[in-house]
Every structure is written in structure tokens, then in C-alpha cells.
Design a protein around this ligand. Structure first.
Ligand code: MOS
Length: 753
């Protein structure tokens, strides 16, 4: 890694001794030994077990519950219901801002979706609580559920995704379509999907007077604490939330959900610590999901194969009682150049738990449709799909006209194609077979994801023994944040990684923001970097103002921190250790804070995105229609790579998710009952090892001078975006059958093959 030009903070530190190294996970040993305590691993003294009873209808009301039968169970301690529960300080249906989501915490007997919590049984054991919940034998007054994309009246949502407009238009789309030599008009459907993190939502809550201690997985600790504070009417300082490890989250743990709050309420009701863990099937309802979409894409291209118009309309669903809208059409904003682009959304309300952010929300759904349509257009123009992308990818962001802060997409296409061997691809479908007679298809998809930043704070300390501490309440969802952020901390403190203590994962630490939007490393990393720079500046002040120091007179910015020493920038042979500086100054430690956030000027001037290109090979049995992904290559440019091991792992995970999107995942709702029929990991298909081919990840070198001081773009979500389309396009290339409803099913291929 070359030295960075750090434009926003004093240059004290040479990055690269820790950042950029393939360090193994700091928490790896704890995890493989089973010593990493996840939320549900906690058993405070006197703890009781809570189990939620959930609704088996999707719409209506609970007419009766046999609470007495449950209470007669010898192990049952209490049953929390709509009429027997601690009062909350605010209405859980109150929408104080668009990103406070409504939740079901027994506020009424109304049923808004299947699997909605309707009571909580608290018992001496998990078994007793489970049996007690079964004894409740609810009776319902049911109404016909509204299910699917055609369930009712459509409307244009007030906003989509994280607050963007539902409609965007640039240029004259109709004119672009009318004048086009070639047109594509195709409709694609994507199904509801569920996060299915390995660790179900769990909470262990313990009250001590008005103090509250909570173990629960969170992607946004300080936000979670604020939500608990407002719901229970206590000061945030009295709430301590621990979330050192998450077994995945994918967006479902970004906001506290109803069941987590029910666990806290149950502990308050019985005056003892309570544990509440969702069963797998209970995760299909109250904790968010990816909404289904139906997307119509109309593309126009001129006689030379240049796009003249992109019209992308997406329909999605939200719940009957809250608002979140999958921003699927927005995938068309940034990738391909066209003089005219229009993206529009509408939605239908259905009887479902509220959809929510799920890994690459909008980009994943939108890009599989866009990449499929682009391939359809390439074929209509008689052009290789990679050549078509190379011809049409945007040099400036099409919708805004802004230049990209950096863009290495061409390198991604070229390096990925070379590694894959793309040049040997036959243009027409059904043109390639393997020795066993299977149809072979090759597909490409472009990957893109915005390089976002939220807000974070960190606190840095350098101690008299020469060691350092960095604190920020960051979240390790399994992606390796604890390791990557500690690498940034070590460079920020000018120390080796084993000389620093990195404190993270609970709510008493400085606010690390949210582990979401692929922005955690960039945002918390920027805070850490700035806190490090600030504490080094204080140390430099002590030394450079002291005549006894070899650094005397070097000036606050005239020093470099490295390996626990400060050196003169103008003469690196002269330096002094942190320990000596602090000892002479008679100080036990120096301390400073730093914040991380986007630079608004740079954001106004540049479009900021990570990019990539994914190539997939599939083999299809011509008799059975069975699809096997046999090979994938992904080439990604995502700015500075903080840890190549962890980045590779994130990108592989994204690519596997792309395979899953194209071929496996779908939650199937029974139209009569509104219940999800495959709410388990047996029937909700995700790729297993046998489904995952040889995967190859390349990271393409990219130095983005504008995105943030460290040049980090984030890698959590981008891997999905090109991969799903690449697999779908490979299936078409193998079979000549264009399946537009995902996941691709054998039966749809068979009728076409
Ligand atoms: Mo992610 S869907 O931003 O946790």
C-alpha cells in the first residue's frame, strides 16, 4: 500500500503497518473454542425463560387465550398478555421518525401478520415455557389475508429505501424509447426473502431498580439504547447493552424488534432476569425481511448499441401498518450511461411483518433485473454482453451528472474477464457443452454499491507503558469488524496491533454508529483514525514543546508516529518513545476523541460507489433442467482494502448470496392463510457447500482520494449485486431460456429447453 494523502487530519501516521495486512481474526480463537459468549449464552442468577406465542392467522384479532391453562402448568411463572404487562412510556406504534419502526409488544389484540407475538409465557425452564405457550390455545376472529403483489390498491410511497424519492427522471425517456433501433420491455419478479442469520434474535434482560442490563445482538448499539430508553422512560445512561458478537444480522438487527422489547418487558413483569430467544420459524414475521418485487424494465438502444433510454419501474409491498419500501429501481441510477433514465416505484399493502433493510436492500433486487435486461438488450443488438457493458457503463453518474470520486470498473471487467477466460465465450446461447453433454453457459453481471458513511465517535488513549487503547461501540456481525477496526486503531495510534487494546461491542462506549450500509469500517474507521491523530497530536505537543526532547521545535505536524515512537519528519533518525515522553511529562496517559462522518463538500461534488464485475459459469442438465454453478470470478474495486482476508470473506459471502438469490431463496406464502409455508432452514433453500462452486475473488487496486481520509468504500453488500445477475445470465446462455421470475426453477427451464 502506498502512503495516503490524508487531507482531513494532521499527517502523523504512516498507514500500512497494520492496515492492509491479512491479519487473522482477533476473536477467532474465542470463537473456535466456544468461548465467545453470544446473547443467548448468558444465564444471570435466578434467570427465567420466556417463550412467545405467535399468531397463526395473518389478519384479524385474538378472540381468546386460555391463560389459566398455561398458568396451571407447574413450571410456568407468569403469562404476559395485552391486559397483563408493564406499561410502556410511549406508544410502540408512535412514528417519531421514518426510521423508528412500529413493533408488536402486546399493545392490542389486533393481528397484523402471521407469527405476530400474541403472548409471552415466562417459566422456570425453556421446556415449561414452551409447553405453557402451547396451552394458550388461541382462538381468532380471522379476516381474509392480503397476500402478494396484486393484493390491493397501489400507491406511490412517500419515500423509498433510506429516504430517497420514489420517482426520479432525467432526460426524455419516452423519446429515447421511441427513437431506439432496439427495445426491450421485460418484467422480472423477485420473491420475499428472510435474513436467516445463524443466531436468532435473543435477549437476556435484567432489571436492577431502574437500571437495566441487556444482552442482545445489535447492529446499532447506541440507537438501540435510545429506543429502549424512550420505550421504558428511563435515561439512556441507566441502560447497558452488550453485543460483542453477532451470529450475522444482514440488516435484521439494525433496529430493536418487538420480541427483544418483549424480553425486557417480561423481566420487568416478573422482577427477575429473563431470557427470550426466537425459534427459527418465529423469525419469519416480527424481525423484518426483504419484500418481493415486480420490476418492469424498458430499455432502448440505437443502431450502434448505445443505450438511449432506461425506464425502470418497481412494485413492492409493505405491511398494513408501517412503511419500508425496497428501492429496487434505484439500481438503475448509477451504472449505465443513458441520455434518459426514469426510475419509479409503487407499492401494495399486505398482511405481513414490515419489510426492512436486508443485505443490499434495493441493489440486490434491482440489479438482478437490470443485469438481466441489459443482457437481453445485448443479445438483441448482437453484441457480447461484456462488450455491451464496456460500451455503456457510465463515466459520470448518469442521474446526477456528478463525476465519480474514483471508478475502477473497467479494470474490474478486464481483470475478471481475463481470469475467467471470457474471450472464449460463444455469443449465441446453447453453443457450449461439456464432455458429459451438459449445456454450459457463461454470464456476467456488474456490481455496484454506494460508498456511504454515517456518524461515529471513538476515544483513544496512549498509556505510560507505551501501549494504547481505542474505544468505540462497534459491532462485529461476523464480518470481522473487531479485527479490521483494530488494525485502523493500531495505525492511528502508531503502534503494533498487539500493543493496543481495542474495546468494542457495548453501549457504554462512544457511539460507533450503525453496522449497515456497508459503511461501518469507513465510518467507525474514520472516527478511530481521527481519535488516533488527535491523541498523537497531544503527545506531540508534550514532546515538541519540551527542550529536553529530541523532537523539540519540530512542531505539532512535524512528527510521525510509528512503532510506539514519534520521529521528526525532517530527520527520521531523531525520535523518542511514547513511554519516555509521558514519563518525562509526568503523565499517566493522554486521551483524545475523534469523530467520523462523510465530508459534505466531497459528497456534493462526487458520486461515491464501489464497483465490480462478476463472471459465472453454469452447467445445465438438458434432460433434467438441473442447474449447477460450477465457477465464478468476482473482481471488485472498493477503495482501500483494510484486511485482505476479511474482505475476501465478505466478497465470497456476497457472491454466494448472489447464487442463492438467482437459484435458491424464496419464502412461500399460503394465499389462504397468509402464513409462510417454508419458515425453516429445511425448506427455505440457501446454498450448501455442494451448491457453491469454485469461487475466485480479485480485489482491484483503487485509491479514492475523496471518499474519506482512509479511502475505504466498504465491501459488505456489493458482492451480491453483480453475482445474482451473472448467474441468471449464465443460465440463459446455457439454455436459451430467459427466466424472469426468481429464483430460477427447474420447471421453467424444462418447458423451454
Ligand atoms: Mo445492512 S441491510 O445495511 O445491515
Amino acid at each position: 500500500m502506498s502512503e495516503l494523502n490524508l487531507t482531513t487530519t494532521p499527517v502523523h501516521v504512516r498507514h500500512g503497518s497494520n492496515i492492509g495486512q491479512p491479519m487473522t481474526r482477533r476473536d477467532g480463537i474465542l470463537k473456535v473454542r466456544g468461548q465467545a459468549a453470544y446473547a443467548a449464552d448468558h444465564h444471570p442468577q435466578g434467570m427465567l425463560f420466556a417463550v412467545i406465542a405467535v399468531s397463526s392467522i395473518a389478519r384479524g384479532r385474538v378472540a381468546s387465550l386460555d391463560v389459566e391453562a398455561a398458568k396451571r402448568h407447574p413450571g410456568v411463572v407468569d403469562v404476559m398478555t395485552t391486559t397483563h404487562k408493564p406499561e410502556l412510556a410511549i406508544d410502540p406504534d408512535l412514528k417519531t421518525n421514518p426510521f423508528v419502526f412500529r413493533m408488536e409488544v402486546l399493545q392490542s389484540d389486533e393481528i397484523r401478520y402471521a407469527n405476530q407475538p400474541i403472548a409471552v409465557v415466562i417459566a422456570q425452564s425453556l421446556e415449561a415455557a414452551t409447553e405453557g405457550a402451547a396451552l394458550l390455545a388461541p382462538r381468532y376472529e380471522a379476516l381474509p389475508p392480503r397476500v402478494g403483489l396484486d393484493a390491493g390498491e397501489t400507491f406511490v410511497p412517500p419515500m423509498v429505501g433510506v429516504g430517497g424519492p420514489a420517482v426520479n427522471e432525467h432526460g426524455n425517456v419516452e423519446a429515447g424509447l421511441v427513437s431506439a433501433a432496439k427495445q426491450i420491455d421485460a418484467t422480472y419478479e423477485t420473491p420475499p426473502q428472510y435474513h436467516n442469520a445463524m443466531e436468532p434474535h435473543a435477549v437476556v434482560a435484567a432489571w436492577d431498580g431502574d437500571r437495566l442490563s441487556i444482552d442482545t445482538p445489535s447492529q446499532a448499539l447506541v440507537m438501540a439504547r435510545a429506543r429502549v430508553a424512550e420505550l421504558f422512560g428511563i435515561a439512556p445512561e441507566k441502560i447497558h447493552i452488550r453485543s460483542p458478537f453477532l451470529g450475522g444480522g444482514f440488516g435484521s438487527k439494525g433496529f430493536l424488534t418487538g420480541p427483544q422489547i418483549l424480553g425486557v418487558m417480561a423481566a420487568k413483569l416478573v422482577g427477575k432476569p429473563v431470557k427470550l430467544v426466537l425459534r427459527r420459524e418465529q423469525m419469519y414475521g416480527p424481525v423484518g425481511h426483504r419484500a418481493p418485487t415486480r420490476q418492469r424494465l424498458r430499455l432502448g438502444a440505437d443502431g450502434e448499441g448505445n443505450l438511449t433510454a432506461i425506464d425502470h419501474h418497481a412494485r413492492t409491498v409493505s405491511s398494513s401498518f408501517d412503511d419500508f419500501y425496497e428501492p429496487a429501481a434505484n439500481a438503475s441510477h448509477t451504472l449505465y450511461a443513458s441520455p434518459a433514465i426514469r426510475t419509479t416505484h409503487d407499492a401494495v399493502r399486505v398482511d405481513t411483518g414490515t419489510p426492512l433493510f436486508m443485505r443490499a436492500p434495493g441493489e440486490a433486487t434491482g440489479s438482478i433485473a437490470l443485469e438481466s435486461a441489459l443482457d437481453e438488450m445485448a443479445w438483441a443488438c448482437g453484441v457480447d454482453p461484456l462488450a455491451f457493458r464496456l460500451k455503456n457503463y457510465a463515466e459520470v453518474e448518469p442521474l446526477t451528472g456528478k463525476p465519480f470520486s474514483s471508478k475502477a470498473l473497467r479494470d474490474c471487467y478486464e481483470q475478471g474477464a481475463a481470469r475467467f477466460g471470457w474471450s472464449k465465450r460463444k455469443l449465441a446461447p446453447r453453443g457450449m457443452r461439456d464432455e458429459a453433454g451438459h449445456l454450459v453457459g457463461w454470464g456476467v453481471g456488474t456490481a455496484t454499491f454506494p460508498a456511504m458513511m454515517f456518524q461515529a465517535e471513538a476515544r483513544a488513549v496512549i498509556r505510560r507503558d507505551g501501549s494504547g487503547v481505542m474505544e468505540t461501540g462497534a459491532h462485529d456481525m461476523g464480518q470481522g469488524a473487531w479485527t479490521a477496526l483494530a488494525q485502523i486503531a493500531a495505525d492511528g495510534l502508531g503502534l503494533d496491533a498487539d500493543k493496543i487494546e481495542f474495546r468494542s461491542g457495548h453501549s457504554d462506549l462512544p457511539d460507533a454508529g450503525i453496522a449497515g450500509g456497508s459503511a461501518h469500517t469507513a465510518t467507525a474507521g474514520a472516527a478511530i483514525h481521527n481519535a488516533g491523530a488527535a491523541v498523537i497530536a497531544k503527545l506531540a505537543d508534550l514532546a515538541t514543546n519540551d527542550e529536553r526532547s529530541p523532537l523539540f521545535g519540530a512542531g505539532n505536524t512535524g512528527v510521525i508516529a510509528r512503532g510506539g515512537n514519534l520521529f521528526r519528519r525532517d530527520d527520521e533518525g531523531r525520535g523518542e518513545s511514547y513511554a519516555d515522553i509521558l514519563a518525562r511529562a509526568g503523565r499517566a496517559e493522554v486521551e483524545a476523541r475523534g469523530t467520523g462522518a462523510a465530508n459534505p463538500t466531497a459528497q456534493a461534488d462526487y458520486a461515491m460507489h464501489a464497483h465490480g464485475a462478476v463472471f459465472a459459469e453454469v452447467k445445465v442438465d438438458p434432460e433434467l433442467g438441473q442447474v449447477r454453478v460450477t465457477r465464478m470470478v468476482g473482481a471488485f474495486a472498493a477503495g482501500r482494502i483494510v484486511n485482505p482476508h476479511l474482505v475476501k470473506s465478505q466478497l465470497l459471502g456476497g457472491m454466494i448470496w448472489g447464487v442463492s438469490f438467482a437459484l435458491h431463496e424464496e419464502a412461500i406464502t399460503d394465499r389462504r392463510t397468509g402464513r409462510i409455508m417454508n419458515a425453516n432452514l429445511g425448506e427455505y433453500h440457501i446454498p450448501v457447500n455442494a451448491d457453491v462452486p469454485s469461487l475466485d475473488v480479485l480485489t482491484v487496486e483503487e485509491h479514492d482520494p475523496h471518499v474519506n481520509a482512509l479511502g475505504i468504500k466498504g465491501v459488505g453488500e456489493i458482492g451480491i449485486t453483480g453475482s445474482a445477475g451473472a448467474v441468471a445470465n449464465a443460465v440463459w446462455h446455457a439454455t436459451g431460456v430467459r427466466v424472469r421470475r426468481f429464483p430460477i426453477r427447474i420447471e421453467e427451464l424444462l418447458t423451454g429447453i
